[in-house]
Design a protein around this ligand. Structure first.
Ligand code: AMP
Ligand code: MG
Length: 476
């Protein structure tokens, strides 16, 4: 079998060659056939013993060593100068038929020089969680890393309780993080930073090459992409949960699904992550924190913006200053179609915020409420509260200004308000069954998540009170 993988050409300061651990009895438990084919891997080969050996890190490819990448990061606001891939191995890079380049990385594949006190391993639960949620995001058109495969290692690992060990094969446009730049900025390694800028431009912003200052153009691209990304998260009620600078990409893809969750009932300040005690990464804080992370990225690039420090800083402030308005615009662009609006109105922001206020007061489900609007159904059973009646009237008045027919508005809403998201209780249920060896619940959920805009009387339902997941764990 010819493998499409080739070596990622990082200089030695950026990545360490290190083999994944040996595992007793690797077994493939999930494979993304469609993604495999896009990348040029034959799914039947990936299912073979040789394929499973690759997906569990047991194969050494001549000339393509596995690599652990260096990065730093602000974790909950605290700078840690060295984090790095402590439990991940970059197998190599692949160019797909369209010419797009992807990293193929194992996560949970054993210790590396960056493991610090960790064991380098991952438990089955978090692996399946990342698999489900990242694939759900892809189906919802949110830029994201993808899940190619999951294997169990045959070993038991120790967390709060003994758990099956597992490895996720993750595919990403790259693993360049804000933290990757911070690692070299902290070491004042200008050469490495220049290399990273070049790589990021090649992979994520080739047109920046034509700009007078390509690094400025790269930064502007990253700012714009993050504004778009977070707007998508917000419109879907997605909470990333751990937006540390090492978990923010230059590509604009969502990365590192840990304690992430989709909102059930809407609450602006909702926090799921059990380690986020101060609510730093609460749902409603995400746009602000994305801006904070982008400021950290700008700090690493100042010398490239301008040789004059004051001018560099002034330019960075201006570029970063645009994030807020780019975000607002992106958010409105995502929220309007959720209400059937294809044109822009001056009062749209007020209208949308008024709905959110009603939703929060009435503890309405985020996803289902929008879907109900799309289906012309009542948002609350029985008599609607006066605030909602009033909002409905305002909404009808606004819709009357649209050139499109009511039917066309409704179609627009159906296409922008998913019925099925990766609800926490469904994900928990899939993981619990898988931990007993039954992957059918996981498979059924995954298939359903691939068609998020189809109605589904069972999967669209919010949790019953006893099914509500209040907290999620990082799983590390
Ligand atoms: P995360 O919270 O997953 O973004 O990871 C933060 C840092 O901790 C990264 O440097 C990871 O590589 C490292 N890390 C997380 N879990 C483990 C583990 N089980 N063993 C070693 N390193 C880990
Ligand atoms: Mg991370």
């Amino acid at each position: 079998m010819h493998l499409p993988l080739r070596r990622a050409n990082f200089p030695a300061s950026m990545a360490v060659e290190v083999n994944p651990a040996s595992f007793a009895a690797p077994r493939l438990v999930a494979l993304n056939d469609a993604l495999a084919e896009t990348l040029g891997f034959a799914p039947e080969w990936l299912r073979s013993p040789e394929g499973v050996a690759l997906l569990s890190g047991q194969t050494r490819i001549e000339g393509v060593p596995a690599l652990a990448q260096a990065y730093a990061g602000h974790q909950f606001g605290q700078f840690v100068p060295q984090l790095g891939d402590g439990r991940a191995h970059l197998l190599g890079v692949v160019t797909d038929a369209r010419g797009d380049v992807h990293d193929v990385q194992l996560k949970g594949s054993g210790p590396t020089p960056f493991s610090r006190r960790g064991d380098g391993l991952a438990a089955l639960g978090p692996v399946l969680r990342e698999y489900l949620v990242s694939e759900a995001m892809a189906a919802l058109n949110v830029p994201t890393t993808r899940a190619l495969a999951a294997v169990t290692t045959g070993e038991t690992i120790w967390r709060d309780k003994p758990q099956p060990g597992a490895i996720l094969t993750r595919v990403a446009a790259s693993h360049l993080r804000v933290g990757t730049f911070q690692y070299f900025a902290a070491r004042e390694d200008r050469e490495a930073l220049a290399f990273l800028c070049d790589l990021a431009i090649d992979r994520h912003a080739p047109s920046a090459r034509e700009a007078e200052n390509p690094v400025k153009a790269l930064y502007e691209t990253v700012v714009a992409r993050q504004a778009q990304l977070v707007a998508r998260w917000m419109s879907l009620g997605f909470v990333h949960g751990v937006m540390n600078t090492d978990n923010m990409t230059l590509s604009g893809e969502t990365i590192d699904y840990g304690p992430c969750a989709f909102l059930d009932t809407y609450s602006h300040d909702k926090v799921f992550s059990s380690i986020d005690r101060n609510g730093r990464y609460a749902y409603g804080n995400q746009p602000r924190l994305a801006g904070w992370n982008l400021a950290r990225l700008a700090e690493t690039l100042l010398p490239f913006f301008d040789t004059n420090e004051d001018r560099a800083l002034a330019w960075a402030q201006e570029a970063l200053g645009r994030f807020q308005s780019l975000y607002e615009e992106a958010w409105l662009d995502r929220m309007r179609p959720k209400l059937g609006l294809a044109t822009k109105g001056d009062q749209d922001k007020t209208l949308i915020e008024a709905l959110l206020e009603v939703m929060e007061t009435e503890t309405l489900d985020w996803t289902l409420s929008f879907r109900r609007l799309a289906r012309n159904e009542n948002l609350v059973a029985g008599h609607a509260p006066a605030t909602l009646e009033r909002w409905m009237a305002d909404w009808q008045a606004r819709r009357a200004l649209e050139p499109a027919s009511l039917k066309a508005q409704q179609d627009l809403m159906q296409r922008n308000n998913p019925a099925v998201i990766a609800r926490n209780h469904r994900v928990a249920e899939a993981i619990a069954a898988a931990e007993t060896g039954d992957f059918s619940v996981f498979e059924a959920l995954l298939q359903r998540l691939r068609q998020p805009y189809d109605n589904d009387a069972a999967y669209e339902l919010p949790p019953m009170p006893e099914q509500i997941v209040h907290a999620t764990f990082c799983g590390t």
